[in-house]
Write a protein that binds this ligand. Structure first.
Ligand SMILES: [Fe+2]
Ligand SMILES: [Fe+2]
Length: 214
């Protein structure tokens, strides 16, 4: 198939997963407060910029390399904005590297080709992040925390959208061979599987299903 059909196929798989999110119904006891969820967000932002940075030296395509470089800056900016808010809310000492990097980070950082990375890391991971952040914004607004919601509404969401679009544009350009498409399809499948498992763990731990992405 050509790259356009391929991207549409990936999009359908992502839509299916995202349509299921939010239909879980609120857990009975929500033990989470905003700082608890911001800790998860901080870890995700950290892993997002570190992953993009990790890929830069081994990316041969100049436009992909530059896209990753911009993403590193964006995710680091998200980290700083959320960290400042976390402190304002009285969140205690926290180093998101504690407990090690997530299984999703470990899986994604092992991907070797740009097409796999773009499909799993930008196209899929960033689409999930946007959807998850949307749910988190609703949660924040329901609590009356408009300050934290504003950070997502005014800055983070537009950037995550840009990262997803970067994945899409670059896949349309580079996902042209059946071998690359096959590997990328598998990388997306694994990414969705691992991300869902991690999200289920976070829901069980926090009692909230509005787990922010990156
Ligand atoms: Fe992002
Ligand atoms: Fe981010």
């Amino acid at each position: 198939m050509d790259s356009r059909e391929f991207v549409e196929e990936l999009e359908r798989a992502n839509q299916e997963i995202m349509a299921r999110m939010g239909r879980e119904g609120a857990p009975e006891d929500s033990r989470a407060g905003v700082p608890v969820l911001l800790r998860i967000a901080l870890k995700n932002e950290l892993e997002a910029f570190e992953l993009a940075a990790h890929w830069i030296p081994t990316t041969p395509e100049l436009d992909v390399k530059l896209g990753l470089a911009r993403q590193v800056g964006d995710e680091a900016k998200h980290y700083r904005l959320l960290e400042a808010r976390y402190r304002e809310l009285g969140g205690g000492d926290f180093d998101p590297r504690q407990g090690g990097y997530s299984p999703l980070f470990q899986y994604l950082s092992g991907l070797k080709t740009s097409v796999e990375r773009l499909a799993a890391g930008q196209f899929t991971r960033e689409a999930l992040a946007q959807r998850r952040n949307e749910m988190f914004i609703e949660y924040l607004l329901a609590l009356g925390d408009t300050q934290t919601a504003k950070i997502y509404q005014e800055t983070i969401q537009a950037d995550e959208g840009y990262h997803h679009e970067l994945g899409k544009t670059m896949l349309l350009k580079y996902a042209t061979t059946p071998e690359h498409q096959r590997a990328a399809r598998e990388a997306c499948r694994r990414t969705l599987e691992i991300a869902e498992k991690l999200r289920a763990g976070a829901i069980a731990k926090t009692g909230a299903y509005q787990i922010p992405g990156c």
